[in-house]
Ligand binder design. Structure first.
Ligand code: ZN
Length: 396
């Protein structure tokens, strides 16, 4: 009489025969984790379809219509969106040790702290980045004292080129760019000179500069001309003065030229002065849509109009942005901005297994700008769970 093992060995020809076999034979499961039945949206693969995603050894192992192989753990993702882990390129989550863990709960598997600290105290933010569960890096503020309530570079001597250069040289692995906050209440009339100094140092290290635009003293067109390919403009929806759109609803030619030469345009939701619905609407109408969403996250973001990155990603759905485009902004597009993320933002087989599960709920949702104005929308993304490096992190 043929025993069961023998039967399987001799009779199995189709793959389907092997369902459950590894367990029968006492062999280790083929995959560590299986995310089953979700709507997989992966703009890097132009994929939007119901798929199973299998993970092994911290990497994406298979994305297929139906995976029935034995696995250690299965997550039921039916009714949910399964996307690459979200990347937030403008946060302040390195201001405290709790930040990275909190945004991980929102599905953020990679973050940039955008200029919380300058040369004097950048070591504090780097220490947070070093112990972060997910990838975290910092932009150093061009102002050596970091963010100051009376203006980072209101005193131009704080834009200290030598101090900036030294700090970057000592921390090449964690400082991935320079942040220049240029609004009138931050830099006064120094905006152009602050950006020129930031660019002088950034160019020497081949690093990008992220500018915080909006309500600047100098004309935006003049500042735009100082930006090089790979630089980032955050707060792109900032209302006048010095918005990216003129009073007739036309995008400034210097802004279009900047995008054409490879400058990125980022949302940077934040809390004050960075987005107003009428400006957002006039910019969206031109078709000049953001490359990336970002929260400008702080520890109080839950209670401001930010809430979380998925909420910020939902704000343009009512203005014509398709779901897959919103996801592309927080995954594929964001992964292109900093080298550290170049292998992320994708569910391609072999990529690090950073995955987010989102619920796209229908209903009546209110979205806030930075001026207390509300817009209602009928769809909103909610974070529902995260996989980081192959490990399942449920919502707390
Ligand atoms: Zn910020």
């Amino acid at each position: 009489m043929m025993n069961r093992r023998r039967f399987l060995c001799t009779a199995a020809s189709g793959a389907a025969m092997f369902v459950g076999v590894p367990r029968l034979l006492g062999v280790a499961a083929k995959y560590d984790l299986l995310i089953k039945g979700g709507r997989v949206i992966d703009p890097s693969m132009r994929l939007d379809a119901v798929r199973d995603v299998a993970i092994s050894d911290g990497r994406i192992a298979a994305v297929e219509t139906s995976i029935t192989t034995d696995v250690v753990e299965t997550i039921d993702a039916r009714g949910k969106i399964v996307a690459p882990g979200l990347i937030d390129i403008h946060t302040h989550c390195a201001r405290s040790g709790e930040g990275p863990g909190l945004v991980l709960q929102d599905g953020v598997t990679g973050w940039i702290d955008a200029g919380s600290q300058g040369a004097d105290h950048v070591a504090d933010t780097i220490a947070v980045a070093k112990t972060s569960p997910q990838q975290g890096r910092v932009l150093i503020n061009v102002g050596r004292a970091g963010i100051l309530s009376d203006g980072d570079t209101m005193d131009i001597n704080r834009a200290d080129v030598a101090a900036l250069r030294d700090a970057i040289a000592r921390n090449r692995d964690f400082i991935v760019g320079i942040k220049a906050r240029l609004s009138r209440d931050v830099a006064g009339a120094n905006d152009y000179e602050v950006l020129r100094r930031a660019q002088e140092v950034a160019t020497a290290f081949n690093l990008p500069v992220m500018i915080h635009m909006g309500q600047t003293t100098s004309a935006l067109s003049r500042l735009m001309n100082l930006l090089k390919p790979g630089d980032i403009v955050t707060h792109m929806f900032a209302p006048p003065p010095n918005s990216i759109v003129d009073e007739n609803g036309h995008i400034l030619p210097e802004v279009l030229a900047a995008r054409r030469r490879g400058v990125w345009f980022d949302v940077g939701n934040g809390q004050t002065g960075h987005m107003r619905w009428d400006t957002i609407e006039s910019i969206m109408k031109t078709g000049f849509w953001p490359d990336t969403f970002s929260t400008d996250w702080n520890s109080n973001s839950r209670t401001t109009g930010v809430i979380d990155l998925p909420n910020c990603m939902s704000k343009l759905l009512g203005l014509g942005m398709p779901v897959s485009a919103a996801i592309a902004c927080a995954t594929l597009n964001a992964s292109r901005t900093f080298e550290i993320f170049h292998d992320r933002g994708t569910l391609n087989v072999g990529a690090p297994a950073d995955v987010v599960l989102l619920e796209l709920r229908s209903g009546n949702f209110e979205f806030l700008d930075n001026y207390g104005n509300k817009r209602s929308g009928n769809q909103r993304f909610f974070p529902s769970g995260t996989v980081l490096g192959g490990k399942w992190i449920p919502r707390a």
